[in-house]
Design a protein around this ligand. Structure first.
Ligand code: ATP
Ligand code: MG
Length: 260
């Protein structure tokens, strides 16, 4: 299998209804530069709305959704049947050939439970079968992956989409990983941080400057940077994140690479 230059783009459920024309132009620009995008999506707001319809409360622990069996059914139904469909369609009407892939198809995403007592059916990925992803890339499609994984004993589990993106980037040996969300980057003391070093992240979580859904995003960014990815960013999907070689948002990088 010839290695392709891939860029993993995690598209937050938080911004799915607000993706800008510039977001899609950014993807076109990256393709023109020779990158093969692989998209992983979340679906927080749509899952919350459907859980409310079914009278199931939404509970979070360390930024991750506590997932009982009933919740898991709703998670898969919404992510696979609604959010993935919406994003594939949006890419299609923006002239980007996309193909939806549920993480459990072809055992693409394999996982083990994290802390069943605290979180229920929430997994962390321990293996990515990249053949299905490559099959789509080879045919010129952008894979749009739903972060539902399967355990060794065949249980479907919910994987936070940020962590899934970092694991997929690692398995593909991607050069870049971009977390697209509903804010312009990581906000510290009221302003967007242009750069954050991996060493300062933990302190910012402990101080409460980084909280909720931003925790899995910065955690995943740290593991992506530590795996040697060339560029790891947290950006907004509402505006332009990439144009003519210039990036907007927060870059996560090693201490020694911070420019003063
Ligand atoms: N320091 C911070 N800077 C910016 N946003 C932060 C910070 N701390 C917490 N947040 C929250 O993190 C949210 C983004 O994470 P969230 O999980 O809600 O969205 P997402 O990951 O894009 O969507 P989904 O989880 O549906 O895929 C922001 O909207 C904001 O409320
Ligand atoms: Mg999130």
């Amino acid at each position: 299998m010839l290695k392709l230059r891939t860029i993993v783009i995690k598209c937050g459920g938080s911004v799915l209804d607000d993706l800008s024309t510039e977001f899609f132009s950014g993807i076109h620009a990256l393709i023109q530069e020779g990158f093969h995008p692989v998209i992983v999506h979340g679906g927080g707001p749509a899952i919350n709305a459907m859980l409310t319809v079914h009278n199931i409360p939404s509970k979070f622990h360390k930024g991750m959704r506590v997932t009982c069996e009933k919740t898991m059914e709703v998670v898969e139904m919404v992510l696979s049947g609604q959010t993935n469909r919406q994003l594939v369609h949006l890419l299609d009407i923006n002239r980007l050939q996309a193909f939806g892939l549920n993480g459990s198809d072809g055992k693409c995403l394999q996982a083990e439970l994290i802390e069943e007592k605290e979180l229920g059916l929430v997994g962390q990925i321990n293996r990515v079968n990249i053949s299905a992803i490559y099959m789509l890339l080879d045919q010129g499609y952008i894979p749009v992956i739903t972060p539902v994984a399967v355990t060794e004993d065949g249980r479907k589990v919910n994987v936070n989409a940020d962590y899934a993106a970092a694991s997929i980037a690692s398995a593909l040996q991607s050069e870049r990983c971009v977390f697209v969300t509903n804010v312009d980057g990581v906000i510290i003391n009221g302003t967007i941080a242009k750069q954050l070093s991996v060493g300062e992240i933990q302190g910012l979580i402990e101080s409460g400057d980084i909280s909720g859904g931003m925790i899995p995003k910065v955690d995943s960014s740290v593991s992506a940077v530590n795996q040697g990815l060339e560029k790891v960013m947290i950006v907004s999907g509402k505006a332009s994140f990439y144009s003519k070689g210039s990036w907007q948002g927060t870059t996560i990088l090693q201490e020694e690479e911070i420019s003063k």
